[in-house]
Structure formats: structure tokens, C-alpha cells
Design a protein around this ligand. Structure first.
Ligand code: ADP
Ligand code: MG
Length: 629
């Protein structure tokens, strides 16, 4: 019987192996940037077109390659970085597998230009799908330029699996930031479709962080410093009050290599224990220095997870270093008094000018003067009110005079009917929670239990409503309705809000701008690191805006929906999630009623926007059964 096993041809083997190294354009970015860093460049440019789908180019001023190396570097397992297995335990470079260039060349069109300092001329080389196309000598500056075009041109299935440009671009920025944060001493620039997105001059670490994540970051940062035999730690964490709703700014580096570690993340969260609001995340930029022989980098093909020899010790040291810094910089617990919501101004009143009270003094009235007084000398005060001068002799005021004290108050029966229209401030605060049109009268009484459920008798028995989910549903439908008819009302802010975001977040915001405007947001400016907001949706308060946008950005991190319908849907969901009353919030009777009525006026009252049940019912028979023991 003939044998059925065959050795795969090189180009097939390379294509298969490429799948492990290159998942998306961002993987190419990572490999090329790391090669440039390993080549000791101090100036690295990243140029991207169409989120890397048509071009990823990295230009460095590093050591370059000789003519032979220029060809050799595309061979599998061709590396200048290790020579023997022992070298794996004293690694000081990013790469060592010698696989990246072979993999990339197997699935793209690559053009490389490279020159070493001592050489007169450099090498210009083209390779497509693993096949050399051309090689020339060329006049070049010192360093290397790799241009990777038409990624996955020969694997259509992979190409079709790429996500939208926004998503792929986000992955690229993530990789770029990771490398840039690991090497603040290198000048990095990034261009996308011809425009400069980052220009990060060589600087210290703090400055690098600030340059990447906007000027506002500086005041957030608390330095961390610790040095022990097993680990040196430095970097920054954010003050607890700047904690964010998403995990976008959390970075670990081990020996200048970005890594992910759920375990070490936990150590950091433990250091913040009791300092963070629910669901909030600190930012951190932690740099660990460990002897190379105490880690194993080889554990994951794309090398973002590593194994430490003594994880437990590392955990304890990290946690205490951060605790120490948070304490030292005086950011540890401040007494947190519960806010008295009665002191809040209901938002309907915010931004309104104070108006003069309706009751005015009749300037001409003088209880001591004539019943029919001649005009007396009056003094005008700055505010425009005036009072009359003294009269001559005392006289018992006539009833008609007495009445004239209250000029300005309506005197007929209207006053009485109008009382119903007077809204008391404390009620307004609560009423503003559910800005629904009041649905006629609630027929049944409601009760709140455990600050979580609202219980109300209904004809057949009783209904138990989950307050948080119900409110999510009400708000969700409101937002969605506003957005689809494009006529949300907006409240003008007295002082526009200036909110800072990373450039990546700004891109997301500008893509969503139209949908956000439809909810009632008014953007005065959307600049590269901040937005100015001069109007907000009516059912949002000013203090909620930044939380709301952060939540939205974090909800959208993975995917920006393409169609405007699903964009609206995502925004409405996210805003409903942020703004809905939470479990644990006390609701007045009026609020409970509003919520119940609002919920049952919804198109789909049974489920929250996240498809969880909003209420359950129990019939009298159900109850009877429970008692029939
Ligand atoms: P690795 O980085 O794991 O060694 P690569 O396939 O990424 O493998 O690169 C292969 C070799 O090509 C490297 O070891 C290095 O010698 C050379 N090389 C790659 N990129 C550059 C560059 N930008 N400048 C100089 N040499 C480079
Ligand atoms: Mg490499």
C-alpha cells in the first residue's frame, strides 16, 4: 500500500502558520512595530490605509539589513535574536520566533526597503504570497521600511472575516498604543488615510501617557514605585475619582512587553477596594521588571500572556505598592456623605434665570397715610423696587388698603383651581425621574419592597415589577422614539460642558454624532481630544453626561453598528442602562406609580431592552395554592 502522508509544500505550510500570527491588520502592525523596536530605531512611523486592509507600512531608522539578510528574513524560523534554546531565558527583544515576516509575506504583497548605516546602497525587494518578485539595489536612508499591501489577497475567506474599518482601526490603535507606551524614549507617529493621528515625541513615561490619552490625563495619575528582589515596579495608576466605566486604559508591561493578566488585574482591583464606585475601573500603566529567567513568554502564540515563577509574591507586592501610593498621595477614603436629593435643583429649573417673586409691594400704599393718598416721595433701590416715605399720622388701615398689599396675587376663584397646577419642588425632583406624560390615574396602590421590586394588586392577583429593568424599558422606548422621529427635545446648558476623550474615543463619538444629536445632545465642538456639549437630552442631568458617554463608548468598543437603525438601538440601550434607577434606590409612591404606568404604556412592557423579564404576575389562585397546605 502506498503511503498517504505527504509533506506540505512550503507556501501552504506558511499560509497555515500565518493564520496563527496574522489574524487581522493589527497583527501586522504589532509585528512590524516590534521589529523596528528590536532594530534599535528611535523614530518609527506607522502608515495605515483603510484600517490596514490596503496598506500597513512601518518605517524605522534602525540598524537595517544586509543584502543577504534582506532575503533571509522572510524564511521561516529566520531570526537574528536567538541562537540556542538557552537564549529564550535571557530575552531582551520582542521577537525571537523568526516567523512573523515569513507569515506576513505568505498572505500579502510586501515591499521592503532596507539599508545598514555602513553600506553605500540599500536593498529594495518585493515579495507576493511568499514568492520573490524583484530585488534591486537602491539609494536609501539608514533603516527599514516595510509596506504590507492587500492583506489576505490569497485567502478570501480570511479577508471576508475582517470587521468594519472602525473595528479594525481600533485594534490597530490598540497595538500602536501598547508599543508606544512600552517605549516612551522612541518617537512614534501614526497616520491613517493621510492624516496624522498620533505624534509622540520621545519623552518620559508620564508625558507619553498624557500625549496618548489627552492632556486631562496628567492630573489623574499617581506614580507607583517599588523595588524588590523579584520585581521592580513603576508606572502610574489613576486616582479613584477618575475611574472610568470601561477598561480601556489598563496596561501591564513586563520587561517592556505588553501583557494581559487577569490575576494581576485582580491585585490592582484589590488595592482599590472600597475606593471605587460600582462598576468603575481605574486606569493603570504598570511596568514590571523581572529577571528574564523567571518568566516564560512562550506560553501563547501572540505572546500577550506570560507565566511568572512566583505569581503570588508578585500579586502581594503589586497590591501593596498601589495601596501605598494611593494612601501617600492622599487619595484614600474620603468620607462620603449621602447626598440629600432634596437639595438638588430639579433639572427643569437648571439654567433658568431666577425670576422675581410674583408678590409685589404696592409702592403707593401707606397704612399711615390718607385713604386716598397723594403720591409720596419714593426711593428707588437698585433692584427696581421702591418703598414709600413716611406718612403724617396714624390711621387704622381700611380693608381696601389692606387688600392692596397683595397686588399681583390673583384674587378670584382661579387661585383655588390653580393650586392643582402648582408643582412642589420636592415632587418635581422625583417627578423628573420619569419624565413620562402622566398616565391618567393609577388604579391600584403600589408598594416598593427591598428597594428593588414594586408590587401592586391587579384584578387577577398581583404584579411584581423589577424597578431597574422596568425603567430601562421605559427609557429605552423613549430614546428610540425620539431618535427615530428626529425631534428629541434638548435642554440648553448654561455653561457648555467640556469633556476630554482619547482620540480613539473621539472618532467613535463623531461617528455617532448624528444619532446622539437625535437624542437631544447638542455638540458645539468635536475636536481631536475633547468635545464641547451645549445641550443635553431632557431626561439627562448634567452630572450624568460623562458617565453616560463613557458607558456608551465602552458598550460600543467591540463593534459600531453599521446601520443607523442599529446605531440608534445601541445608543438607546446604553443610555437606558446608564440612566435607569438602580436596584437599591428608594422610590416615592409617585415615582412607583409613574414607573408602573410608564411601563405598561410601553410597546413591549414584558422585557427589558436586554431581554430580561420586567415583571411577573401571581394570580389569586397561585396564592391560594400556597396557603392550601
Ligand atoms: P523575529 O522578530 O522573531 O526574529 P521576524 O520574522 O519578525 O522574526 O524577523 C526576522 C528577522 O528579520 C529579525 O530577526 C531581524 O533580524 C530582521 N528584521 C526584521 N525587521 C527588521 C527591521 N525593521 N530592521 C532590521 N532588521 C529586521
Ligand atoms: Mg519579529
Amino acid at each position: 500500500m502506498s503511503s498517504i502522508i505527504q509533506l506540505l509544500p512550503d507556501h501552504v505550510a506558511n499560509q497555515i502558520a500565518a493564520g496563527e500570527v496574522v489574524q487581522r491588520p493589527a497583527s501586522v502592525v504589532k509585528e512590524l512595530l516590534e521589529n523596528a523596536v528590536d532594530a534599535k530605531a528611535n523614530d518609527i512611523k506607522l502608515i495605515i490605509k483603510d484600517a490596514g486592509k490596503s496598506l500597513v507600512q512601518v518605517i524605522d531608522n534602525g540598524v537595517g539589513m544586509s543584502v543577504t539578510d534582506a532575503r533571509l528574513c522572510f524564511e521561516r524560523h529566520a531570526t537574528s535574536k536567538i541562537r540556542a534554546a538557552e537564549d529564550l531565558f535571557s530575552l531582551h527583544t520582542k521577537g525571537f520566533r523568526g516567523e512573523a515576516l515569513a507569515s506576513i509575506a505568505a498572505i500579502a504583497h510586501v515591499e521592503m526597503k532596507t539599508k545598514q548605516e555602513q553600506d553605500e546602497l540599500g536593498t529594495h525587494l518585493a515579495i507576493e504570497g511568499g514568492k520573490f518578485v524583484s530585488q534591486d539595489v537602491a539609494v536609501l536612508p539608514k533603516g527599514t521600511s516595510f509596506a504590507v499591501k492587500n492583506l489576505f489577497f490569497n485567502i478570501p475567506a480570511r479577508r471576508n472575516f475582517l470587521k468594519s474599518d472602525t473595528v479594525e482601526h481600533r485594534h490597530i490603535v490598540d497595538e500602536f498604543q501598547r508599543v508606544a507606551l512600552a517605549h516612551p524614549n522612541i518617537h512614534f507617529t501614526m497616520y491613517h488615510n493621510g492624516s496624522e493621528m498620533f505624534n509622540l515625541p520621545a519623552s518620559n513615561l508620564r508625558q507619553r501617557i498624557v500625549n496618548i490619552f489627552s492632556g486631562k490625563t496628567n492630573e489623574k495619575l499617581v506614580p507607583i514605585q517599588e523595588s524588590t528582589e523579584i520585581v521592580g515596579i513603576q508606572g502610574f495608576v489613576s486616582k479613584p475619582e477618575f475611574a472610568k466605566k470601561n477598561r480601556g486604559e489598563q496596561f501591564f508591561f513586563v520587561n517592556d512587553r505588553f501583557i494581559k493578566s487577569g490575576y494581576l488585574h485582580h491585585a490592582i482591583m484589590a488595592a482599590y477596594e472600597g475606593l471605587l464606585k460600582d462598576g468603575c475601573q481605574p486606569s493603570y500603566f504598570i511596568y514590571l521588571d523581572v529577571p528574564p529567567n523567571t518568566i516564560d513568554i512562550n506560553i501563547h502564540p501572540t505572546k500577550t500572556e506570560i507565566k511568572f515563577d512566583d505569581e503570588h509574591a508578585l500579586y502581594a507586592i503589586l497590591r501593596s505598592a498601589i495601596k501605598h501610593s494611593l494612601g501617600q498621595f492622599n487619595v484614600a477614603p474620603v468620607l462620603d456623605f449621602d447626598r440629600d436629593s432634596n437639595l438638588d435643583t430639579p433639572y427643569e429649573y437648571e439654567g433658568k434665570e431666577a425670576s422675581m417673586p410674583l408678590i409685589q409691594v404696592d409702592a403707593n400704599f401707606n397704612p399711615f397715610g390718607d385713604p386716598d393718598p397723594a403720591p409720596t416721595k419714593s426711593y428707588s433701590s437698585g433692584s427696581g423696587s421702591s418703598y414709600s416715605g413716611s406718612g403724617s399720622s396714624y390711621r387704622k388701615p381700611e380693608p381696601s388698603n389692606w387688600e392692596s398689599l397683595y397686588v399681583g396675587l390673583k384674587q378670584d376663584t382661579e387661585t383655588i383651581t390653580d393650586i392643582q397646577d402648582i408643582q412642589f419642588e420636592s415632587e418635581e425632583v422625583t417627578g423628573s425621574l420619569f419624565n413620562d406624560k402622566e398616565i391618567e390615574e393609577a388604579i391600584y396602590k403600589t408598594y416598593q419592597i427591598h428597594k428593588k421590586y414594586i408590587v401592586s394588586p391587579i384584578k387577577s392577583g398581583m404584579v411584581i415589577i423589577d424597578q431597574q429593568r422596568a425603567h430601562q424599558r421605559v427609557l429605552y422606548e423613549q430614546f428610540l422614539a425620539n431618535m427615530t422621529v428626529n425631534q428629541a427635545s434638548s435642554q440648553q446648558l448654561l455653561f457648555p460642558l467640556n469633556l476630554y476623550f482619547s482620540s480613539q474615543e473621539i472618532i467613535l463619538i463623531s461617528e455617532l454624532q448624528l444619532s446622539l444629536v437625535n437624542t437631544g445632545f447638542v455638540f458645539e465642538e468635536v475636536k481631536e481630544d475633547h468635545v464641547v456639549i451645549s445641550g443635553i437630552p431632557v431626561n439627562v442631568t448634567e452630572s450624568e453626561v460623562s458617565i453616560l458617554l463613557e458607558q456608551l463608548l465602552s458598550d460600543l468598543q467591540d463593534e459600531i453598528p453599521e446601520s443607523s437603525f442599529s446605531q440608534n438601538d445601541t445608543i438607546a440601550k446604553s443610555m437606558a442602562k446608564s440612566l435607569a434607577v438602580k436596584t437599591g434606590t428608594y422610590l416615592t409612591e409617585r415615582e412607583q406609580e409613574n414607573l408602573v404606568n410608564g411601563l405598561f404604556a410601553c410597546k413591549e412592557p414584558n422585557v427589558s431592552p436586554f431581554h430580561k423579564p420586567t415583571f411577573i404576575t401571581m394570580s389569586v389562585e397561585d396564592l391560594d395554592k400556597k396557603f392550601a397546605v
